[in-house]
Design a protein around this ligand. Structure first.
Ligand code: PLP
Length: 404
């Protein structure tokens, strides 16, 4: 059972069939469209509340037809944590973190890949391939393993070591490429006729957006169907930001939102790789490839995003911004956040905190506004980043005075 009516090309509105494998149209991504009137009639808040705490609780707004084909590791319903100590450090009184570090494979990539692999499984795919900056490869490998699919993962040679190991650990054929994620993407694209795999790259198939959309659905449910004032999202390919903005539109359409308020969506990057903020600041709808992309926040090291206009449209429709913060500020804020709140902040999230500091200073955010930051991954996956300062020789406890 599914309420999907068709797929729609984001660039020109062309309708495409839902019941076959689809990729891009005119080189650009697709939207999944639902019969929202029927969804509104079939789905109730109480029914959702009574279901298991995973992202699949919103099944009427999701694209899987045959539930037996779902690849799941229990992903979804990540905690929404109030952060008063970090809020005080940033000058905010109503700061929240949606902590995606606790999801399977330690990042929010599990949402998108669970959905993409489930649909691919449903449509008979037996071999998948992905270019990855890190976490997507591990997530795809895990979900492919879950349904017995063959997985190929291509990543830059300097991808965090945990990402390299996890892809291999889940049984994928994993490869290191001398280049960036777009070079990995070229290998996946060129390999299609030789290897017969299905390309699960960010936004190159329609369903990763639908998986990431569940972050917006959950956030709404966790705030009793009323949305916050501002959402900060660390942007690489932009799937999550695009997906959440879609979620809010769909919830509004089925009449579930308590009021008219929509969050200002803030896309956050590092100044070491800032194609989206550069385009936004120039007032452009499409982004130029960012030269010499470097950042320790590997998930943000995406110099070219095929959904650039979808990110920028969502940011602009929401009255938000696309900004970047200095690379050092991102690293400092991630660590400071971890010390203040005990949350395993990923370096990517540090970009949100760095941008948040800038926006508060510019008075673009009022101290009493409700602000939500997405912690998209777990610090534990970035051992070489968080361990850049060599660990001090930890002492053996002797007498109380020495404990400090
Ligand atoms: C992939 C990734 C991002 C960027 O997500 P997009 O949806 O591609 O913009 C941010 N943070 C982490 C930890 C990631 O793995």
């Amino acid at each position: 059972m599914s309420y999907v009516t068709h797929l729609e090309a984001a660039i020109d509105g062309t309708r495409l069939a839902f019941d076959e494998l689809q990729t891009l149209h005119e080189g650009r991504p697709l939207w999944v469209r639902y019969d929202l009137e029927a969804v509104g009639a079939a789905m109730t808040k109480q029914a959702v509340a009574d279901r298991a705490p995973t992202m699949w609780r919103y099944k009427e707004l999701l694209p899987v037809v045959d539930e037996s084909k779902i690849a799941t590791l229990g992903e979804g319903m990540s905690p929404m944590l109030r952060c008063d100590r970090l809020g005080a450090a940033l000058g905010l009184r109503d700061l929240w973190v949606k902590d995606e570090s606790q999801l399977p494979t330690g990042s929010f990539k599990s949402r998108g890949l669970a959905m993409a692999i489930s649909r691919a499984n449903e449509l008979g795919v037996e071999r998948v391939a992905i270019p990855t900056a890190g976490n997507a490869g591990g997530a795809m490998a895990a979900y492919a393993a879950r349904v017995g699919m063959e997985a190929y993962v291509f990543m830059p040679a300097d991808t965090p070591i945990v990402n390299q190991y996890e892809a291999a650990y889940y049984g994928a054929k994993a490869f290191l490429v001398d280049g960036l994620i777009n070079d990995c993407g070229a290998i996946v694209r060129e390999g299609i006729p030789h290897m017969g795999w299905f390309d699960v790259s960010t936004l190159k198939e329609p369903y990763r957006i639908e998986g990431k959309k569940t972050m917006g659905l959950e956030l709404a449910e966790q705030f009793d169907w009323s949305l916050p004032d501002v959402i900060l999202y660390p942007t690489g390919g932009g799937t999550g930001l695009i997906g959440m903005w879609k979620a809010f539109a769909e919830l509004a359409e089925i009449g579930w939102l308590a009021d008219e308020r929509r969050p200002r969506m803030v896309s956050c990057q590092s100044d070491g790789c800032a194609p989206i903020s550069t385009a936004w600041e120039a007032g452009n709808r499409f982004a130029e490839p960012f030269p010499d992309a470097t950042t320790a926040a590997s998930g943000l090291r995406v110099p070219v995003a095929v959904g650039d206009f979808m990110i920028l449209d969502a940011v602009n429709e929401s009255g938000g911004q696309a900004r970047s913060c200095p690379e050092q500020s991102l690293l400092d804020w991630a660590r400071r956040g971890a010390e203040l709140e005990g949350i395993a902040f990923a370096p990517e999230t540090g970009a949100c905190l760095g941008v948040l500091e800038m926006l508060v200073a510019e008075k673009a955010i009022d101290p009493d506004e409700r602000v939500v930051v997405f912690n998209t991954g777990a610090a534990q996956k970035y051992v070489e980043v968080i361990g850049t300062e060599p660990l001090p020789q930890l002492p053996t406890p002797t007498d109380w005075d020495a404990l400090g």
